[in-house]
Structures are given as structure tokens and as C-alpha cells.
Design a protein around this ligand. Structure first.
Ligand SMILES: [Zn+2]
Length: 414
């Protein structure tokens, strides 16, 4: 564990301001590290606190758990969520169409997971290459016929690829930038890949304003190091000769930004979408600490509301279970100190998770079929970002009287 004092973006500059603390979520286990029932207790925990850089306005957690510890055997398979798959297909088609991509072009995806997105480029006849650090997941992609390297992407690895004459027309990175400890090496590596063909980088990451405005504090966990605004990400890219030329707000993952970046030397000016969003951020207070302090107060209030609702349900003797054994559940359960005495089990569609226990709280993970058979009174829906998908999956249960508890931003029963 490395405690960082300076900002992840500004630390390379000569002068940097100290970080301002925002919210301390306490000591928390690694959110995606599900455990077998017999593994020794207690599960290791690490401090989880969020801070703000007054200079570049980057929101970030203050500790870095080594990536080898976090990502070597990751259980998240993108293809298990139909919402994510549909989003990936739309994104891929948009890029193929906009850049008229064909067999002479190459799309490189960083943290390409099981090939969930590259498959759509491949289907359109475009050459693809995935770079995926989790070996077990890279293997799944390879078995599906998506060329994938089981590597951490870095400046060094980008240079290795360049030496192999890999030059990208498009570099894609979905939900990876926020997870990277060495953001400078990562962005410099992107620049290396796109330079030769004057390519572009298209990256998606959760938007800090959505987290703040919608109290999505459960998106804070050790894998998620940075919480970007357009201001902070623009500063990072500027330092590596890249200009953000376009930006879009997306609904995916509870609210994300999709940015397109080009080589600054190619001379393309940012579209109005960029200047407009920068202005909007300034007006919203994104560059001021007070914006984040109000968030922290509201988070403490929503925790009290969640606990009071659970307490009431328990006093009525209700049988409560959960849905979605993802990272969000871990942060929420630990911050609210809710355990297996309240939530009997958590269902998850991913068969790799079933039979395991949630880290720290040791709540059993079961199949969705098992949850349905239990006929619980209440299901706490942790992945609120795909709650519509889950509500329709559990429609039969709902019609027979089971209520769904959506924990954030304000806990409600539906
Ligand atoms: Zn900074």
C-alpha cells in the first residue's frame, strides 16, 4: 500500500497544492475480491478516503493498492450484462461509421475484458487488438477469437507494441482510466499508439458530477482511483500532447463521460461540446471544494436513511436479500455496516461468483434462480445503474409481492 500525498495529476509538476479531504469511508476490503467460505478471517481491509486537488480539481482516493493485488484474477466479465453489451455495440458502430473503418484499420482496446466490445469491430471487418491485464479474462477473449495480449498497458508496453509496428487508428478505453495508478504512463502510451496514423482515442469513464449530484458514493472503491471531471481529464491529456476534441455525457454506469482525444499537433480545435461543458462545470462548482463537502454531508444522511429503512423492515420480520455482488455492494455494506444478519444472501448472474462470499461481510452469493425460489420479502438492488434490467428480470417475484429496495440516492421501496 502506497499512501499518496500529492495529486495523481499534478505530482509531476514542480509545485503542487496539498489534497483537501472530502469523505472517509473507513477501512474496507477489496470490493471485487469475493472469498471462499473457508478462507481465513478477517479479510484484509484498506483505508478508503477521497480527496480533492485544488489545483487541477481531480477527485481521487488517497491510497493505491498495488494493481497486481487488485486485477490478477478479476471476476468481472463484461458480457454478463446485457445493458453493457448493447452500449458497447452502439459505441463500436458509431466509431466504425464516423471514421469509415475497414480491414486496413486497427482498433486497439485497453482493458478489453472478454472482447465484449472488440467483437463488434471484428464483425464489421476491422482489425482488432485487445490488451487485458487479467490473464483469466484475456484467455476467454482469445478463445472467442479476439486477439488479446494479457498485459498491463503502460508507456513501456505501448513502446513494445510500436516496435512490433502496431499503429492504431482508434484506441478505446472504457472504464479503465479511472482505475490506473500511473495515469501519466497510461495517457503517454495512448499518444504513442495513435501518433503514427494521426488516430484518435475514445475513452469512457464515470463522470464525477454524476457521482456527486446523485450521491453515488458506492462507486468509490480501491480499484477506482480517480473521479474525473472534464477539467481534470483535460489537464492530464494536455500534459501529453493530446487535445480533447469532443465530449458526450452518457447514462451508462450511472453517468459517464465519453471523450475523444487527438494529437494536439494535428491542430484540431475542440468542438463546442467541450467548451460548453467546461463552462457548465465551472458554474456547478466542480473546481471548488465546497461542492464536494456538501456531497459528503449528504452521503452521511443517506446512510442514516438506508439504515433506518432496513431497521424498520427487520422489526417487521421481513426476509431481506440482495441482488448484484459487485463492488458497489461492498462499499455500501461496509460504509453502512450492514452484514449477513440483515442481508441473508446476494444473487448474481455471474456463475463465477456463485458459491463465494462477499469480502468482509461474508454474505453468500447465490444464483438468481435460488433467490427467486426463496421468495424473499425485499431485494436490495445494489447495481442501481442497471436497475431497470434487474427489475424486469425479477418481474415475476415483484408480481407475487416481493419489494425492491433501491438504496441510492434516497433509499426507496418499489
Ligand atoms: Zn491535481
Amino acid at each position: 500500500m502506497t499512501a499518496i500525498a500529492p495529486c495523481r495529476i499534478c505530482s509531476v509538476e514542480d509545485s503542487f497544492a496539498p489534497l483537501s479531504p472530502i469523505l472517509d469511508l473507513g477501512k474496507t476490503p477489496l470490493a471485487n475480491r469475493l472469498v471462499v467460505a473457508t478462507s481465513p478471517q478477517p479479510d484484509p481491509t484498506f483505508p478508503l478516503s477521497v480527496a480533492f486537488c485544488p489545483k487541477c480539481s481531480l477527485v481521487q482516493i488517497t491510497e493505491t493498492v498495488p494493481p497486481e493485488t487488485l486485477f490478477s484474477d478479476y471476476l468481472y466479465f463484461s458480457s454478463y450484462s446485457t445493458t453493457m453489451l448493447a452500449h458497447a455495440e452502439e459505441g463500436a458502430q458509431r466509431i466504425v461509421h464516423r471514421r469509415s473503418l475497414g480491414p486496413e484499420h486497427l482498433v486497439v482496446e485497453l482493458a478489453s475484458n472478454d472482447g465484449y466490445m472488440l467483437q463488434f469491430f471484428k464483425r464489421a471487418g476491422v482489425r482488432v487488438l485487445g490488451v487485458e491485464p487479467a490473464k483469466n479474462i484475456a484467455r476467454v477473449a482469445q478463445e472467442r477469437g479476439i486477439e488479446t495480449r494479457a498485459e498491463f498497458f503502460s508507456l513501456d508496453y505501448a513502446r513494445t507494441l510500436r516496435d512490433e509496428r502496431v499503429a492504431a487508428d482508434v484506441v478505446i478505453g472504457n472504464n479503465v482510466l479511472a482505475h490506473v495508478a500511473d495515469v501519466h504512463g497510461f495517457v503517454a502510451g495512448i499518444q504513442v499508439l495513435i501518433e503514427e496514423r494521426d488516430g484518435e482515442a475514445v475513452l469512457e469513464f464515470p463522470y464525477v458530477r454524476e457521482m456527486i449530484d446523485r450521491l453515488e458514493y458506492d462507486t468509490i472503491y480501491h480499484e477506482h482511483l480517480c473521479y474525473f471531471s472534464l477539467h481534470s481529464v483535460q489537464e492530464l491529456f494536455r500534459q501529453h500532447g493530446l487535445t480533447i476534441t469532443e465530449v458526450q455525457r452518457l447514462a451508462i454506469h450511472g453517468g459517464s463521460l465519453r471523450i475523444t482525444a487527438r494529437m494536439t499537433k494535428s491542430g484540431r480545435a475542440p468542438a463546442p461540446s467541450v467548451t460548453e461543458l467546461l463552462e457548465e462545470e465551472r458554474a456547478a462548482g466542480v473546481c471548488e471544494i465546497d461542492y464536494y463537502r456538501r456531497f459528503a454531508d449528504a452521503v452521511r444522511q443517506t446512510r442514516e436513511a438506508f439504515l433506518s429503512l432496513l431497521g424498520q423492515l427487520r422489526s417487521e420480520g421481513k426476509r431481506i436479500v440482495g441482488y448484484g455482488a459487485a463492488a458497489k455492494a461492498c462499499t455500501l455494506l461496509h460504509f453502512c455496516e450492514v452484514g449477513v444478519d440483515t442481508i441473508e444472501c446476494i444473487a448474481d448472474r455471474n456463475p463465477h461468483k456463485q458459491g463465494l462470499r462477499t469480502p468482509g461481510t461474508r454474505i453468500p452469493v447465490v444464483s438468481v434462480e435460488a433467490l427467486v425460489e426463496m421468495k424473499p420479502d425485499v431485494v436490495v438492488v445494489f447495481p442501481w445503474n442497471i436497475k431497470d434490467e434487474i427489475l424486469s428480470q425479477l418481474d415475476g417475484l415483484r408480481r407475487s409481492g416481493t419489494r425492491m429496495l433501491i438504496p441510492l440516492p434516497e433509499p426507496i421501496l418499489v
